[in-house]
Design a protein around this ligand. Structure first.
Ligand code: 13P
Length: 340
């Protein structure tokens, strides 16, 4: 393991003002996104969409890394430049999602385990050749009356740790993503309690797996009220509870925390990040690794039409920029109406 290299790559991804674009939607998920704009999910449409995002002029000021899907890292720009090389040439670190999705966990009704560990060492060798310098694995924890169970939390934490070890063995920075879902009617307090338990289990397993914490990035959920909870916490409450929870559970050796947006609107996710970055001092870089919150307006503005590429890129650039500002607490509600 070349720890210096892992630390250098992790630092580059979250360098000042920068965060991550999660463009690693699986074929099933991107179909859902395209359905919303009545666009058929063909390989060429998926390629054209990702090309629109990746070639956005100037976006490298705010985007330090892009997470791709297996199909995407094998695709090229219209001019024939592999996406991974195009990104690297523009100062953006190419990354790859390597998990194979959350599947039902046997004997644990309503809970899932993320699959994809078998053969992962060999897959990493190939992805490294294709240009990936970091990777992502997402464990999913759902909240309901009797879940999550200890068994499901431990199973997912252990899978995350085994994945992270295979990453570091091959000098690939692991993004460790334990996502507590915001679906459901639970309160902010319950989300905080579950997130606490999950992070504690994850860091215990990372320690057992001998992970070098200085060479990884954590991608957690924010501590937030369930979507269907009748009492919705204020943005300030979300920021305070999230930082309180992270300070309890995330060692200061971890260089960066890059949040997922998880179904929050772009404005909500950006405001939450901005408010958290105003809390001082923080031992880690606090950044973003958004899928929907960076892409929602870009996808709508593009609409699958080549004539709308500039409009789509304008929206992507705008939300990347606003989140870049949120990295130093500089985003305020309403700024999205003025920004270009
Ligand atoms: P969202 O920001 O849309 O939650 O996606 C981030 C991600 O990579 C989920 O795994």
């Amino acid at each position: 393991m070349n720890l210096t290299e892992l630390e250098r790559v992790a630092a580059a991804i979250v360098a000042q003002g920068k965060g991550i674009l999660a463009a690693d939607e699986s074929t099933g998920t991107i179909k859902k996104r395209f359905d919303a704009i009545q666009l058929e999910s063909t390989e060429e449409h998926r390629r054209a969409y990702r090309e629109m995002l990746f070639t956005t002029p100037g976006v490298g000021q705010w985007i330090g890394g892009v997470i791709m899907y297996d199909e995407t890292i094998r695709q090229k720009t219209r001019e024939g430049v592999p996406f991974a090389r195009y990104l690297a040439d523009h100062g953006i670190v190419p990354g790859i999602k390597v998990d194979k999705g959350a599947k039902p966990l046997a004997l644990y009704p309503g809970e899932t385990i993320t699959e994809g560990l078998d053969g992962l060492r060999e897959r990493f060798t190939e992805y490294a050749k294709l240009g990936a310098r970091f990777a992502k694995w997402r464990g999913v924890i759902d909240i309901d009356q009797d879940i999550p169970t200890r068994g499901a939390i431990e199973a997912n934490a252990q899978a995350l740790a085994r994945y992270a070890a295979l990453c570091q063995e091959q000098d690939i920075v692991p993004i460790v993503e334990p996502e507590v879902l915001m679906d459901g009617s639970h309160t902010l307090e319950r989300c905080e309690q579950v997130t606490d338990t999950v992070l504690e289990a994850v860091f215990e397993q990372l320690r057992l797996a001998r992970i070098e914490l200085t060479g990884m990035i954590l991608k957690p959920n924010m501590v937030i009220s369930g979507k269907k909870c009748p009492v919705q916490a204020t943005p300030e409450q979300v920021a305070t509870a999230t930082i309180r929870c992270l300070k309890r559970q995330v060692p200061a050796a971890v260089p960066a925390i890059a949040f997922l947006s998880g179904g929050q609107s772009p404005a909500e996710a950006t405001l939450h990040l901005s408010l958290m970055n105003r809390i001082k001092p923080l031992p880690w870089q606090l950044s973003f690794s958004y899928g929907r919150a960076l892409q929602e307006y870009a996808l709508a503005a593009w609409g699958g039409k080549s004539g709308n590429v500039a409009a789509g890129q304008g929206e992507f650039h705008k939300w990347a920029h606003l989140n870049g500002l949120a990295r130093t607490g500089g985003f305020q509600p309403g700024m999205e109406q003025q920004a270009a």
